[in-house]
Design a protein around this ligand. Structure first.
Ligand SMILES: *Cc1c(COP(=O)(O)O)cnc(C)c1O
Length: 512
């Protein structure tokens, strides 16, 4: 179907608006300030005498511009968002209300600790819940995201090896199916990364792990394993893996981004884990995406606890205080500081609100419902699509592209066609170990009606692809979005981040 062209470029009430700089009306202004009373000029030669190039717009023009831009955002508040590995779930409004309480929102990290006892208690209570839920003795609260928590864990591991005269260990082992942040973190921490292959079930191959440990023997600093892993599967042999890792003198890092599948059902401390980050913004709700905010508290075993970064909250007999400096007080072995101030405080408020509103029983039910929803998708979609691994799955399910074989339609085409169906595409082509992967995580907050609607769309697209003759139609999707297929490679490699005034004869960069 081709849309008739409109004179304005708008389509219905979907606006095609120019950039704010292109709406510039010289002299218009959205603020009306009184003339400056006579003041003494103190800028001297630093005074700017030229126009600073801000666009001139009236207040209603500014309001419309930004409101329309905000409406172009697809969000969890507007529709189903089945991204795998991201945990895009409903964020209760209660959390937002709590985070905006003046006693939490209007305080400053430089305030005397006697005036922020409640805030410090909140950090301490959140830490307590995280230790309870993981069965781990310590937690570093300051990391600002999952990847930052990985860095925190590996820096503790490095400090521990150095303290035991094992600083020569240079290798970190990471399964093939790992999230890209795992090898990136290890590399940033100065380690070389070796991949451990998966077995045919999509789990870490213990024989391959042992072979890698033997091969690199005294060089292995740590092994990073995600559990549940990015294939949506529970790593059942973690205890054996932990024994093998410890026997080799290395530490066991667990990527806990998928903790939402096991909360309240399993204490990872019982698996022999030495460090694990928890993505508060995934498991315990906080609106995220587009770069933040998040928080990646990292739980630590007794072997690593003393190397934790500063600052941390201490609960003494005179109330709460903050240990700020490495090498002092209770922080003699701390590797130092990795973030300004105390961590992502607003995310702590949301996480604790979520945990307290849910209660221990509610958290356990949420992980059960998340797993149930994913298995519902796996079971129903298997009617037309090809699951990459035998079920049951954990909180996410993954399909490969065998069901598209010979159709001329690709995973990318299916994802683009889903946009026309009103669904944000799932994660595509990840995990890398699955050919043409579609990775879906419905989360516990979606209703059966939403899941059924999604299933109907997916089955419809799969049937249409398999019936043949729809290649061109798929290739043209999405048809109903304001932009169709973008040059994603060019956008990533040559982003145009700054508007430049058009020069005579040349078109403006932003118009590209
Ligand atoms: C999301 C995720 C990460 C990274 O977390 P960020 O908070 O985005 O830095 C790491 N590992 C896995 C498995 C993830 O899903």
């Amino acid at each position: 179907m081709t849309m008739p062209a409109t004179a304005s470029g708008n389509q219905g009430l979907q606006f095609e608006q120019p950039l704010i700089f292109e709406q510039d009306t010289r002299g218009a202004t959205a603020v009306d300030l009184p003339a400056l009373p006579h003041t003494r000029e103190r800028l001297g030669t630093l005074k700017n005498t030229q126009a600073i190039g801000l666009p001139g717009l009236s207040e209603p023009e500014v309001v419309r511009h930004y409101t329309r831009l905000s409406q172009k955002n697809y969000s969890i508040d507007s529709g189903f968002y089945p991204l795998g590995s991201c945990t895009m779930k409903h964020n209760p409004r209660l959390n937002e209300k709590m985070a905006r309480l003046p006693g939490f929102a209007d305080i400053h990290p430089f305030q005397p600790v006697s005036t922020i006892q409640g805030a410090l208690e909140l950090i301490d209570t959140t830490a307590h819940w995280l230790k309870q839920l993981t069965g781990m003795p310590a937690v570093a609260m300051s990391p600002a995201a999952g990847a930052h928590g990985e860095l925190c864990g590996l820096m503790c591991i490095k400090a521990a090896h150095v303290a035991h005269n094992q600083g020569t260990r240079t290798v970190v082992l990471v399964p093939e199916s790992a999230h890209g942040t795992n090898p990136a973190t290890a590399a940033l921490c100065g380690y070389s990364v070796e991949a451990i292959p998966a077995n045919s079930e999509g789990r870490v191959d213990l024989a391959a792990l042992q072979a890698a440990l033997d091969k690199h023997s005294a060089d292995v600093a740590a092994v990073m394993i995600t559990n549940p892993n990015t294939c949506g599967l529970f790593e059942r042999e973690c205890i054996q893996a932990a024994e093998m890792i410890h026997a080799a003198g290395a530490y066991f890092y667990m990527d806990g981004a998928n903790f939402n599948a096991i909360v309240g059902r399993l204490r990872i401390g019982d698996l022999g884990v030495d460090a694990m980050h928890i993505n508060l913004h995934k498991t315990f709700s906080t609106p995220h995406g587009g770069g933040g905010p998040g928080a990646g508290p990292t739980v630590l075993s007794a072997a690593l606890a003393s190397y934790a970064p500063v600052p941390f909250v201490v609960h003494g007999k005179d109330g709460f205080s903050v240990e700020e400096h490495a090498g002092l007080g209770g922080a003699q072995d701390s590797f130092g500081r990795m973030k300004g101030y105390h961590g992502q405080f607003g995310v702590f408020v949301r996480a604790l609100s979520y945990m307290m509103a849910m209660g221990a029983d509610g958290l356990k039910q949420a992980s059960g419902d998340a797993v149930l929803n994913a298995n519902y998708l796996l079971a129903r979609l298997s009617a037309e699509m090809t699951p990459a691994f035998a079920g049951p799955c954990m909180h996410e399910c993954v399909f490969d592209d065998r069901f598209l074989k010979g159709t001329g339609v690709t995973t990318l085409d299916i994802a683009k066609a889903l946009i026309d169906e009103g669904v944000h595409p799932p994660t595509m082509y990840f995990p890398l170990v699955v050919h043409g992967a579609l990775l879906m995580e419905p989360t516990e907050t979606e209703s059966k009606a939403t899941l059924d609607q999604f299933v109907e769309s997916m089955l419809h697209l799969a049937r249409k692809a398999k019936a043949g003759g729809a290649e061109a139609e798929f290739r043209a999707a999405p048809q109903f979005s304001p932009r169709r297929r973008l040059d994603e490679t060019k956008a990533a490699r040559k982003p145009v981040l700054r508007w430049m005034p058009p020069t005579a004869g040349a078109s403006s960069q932003a118009a590209e």
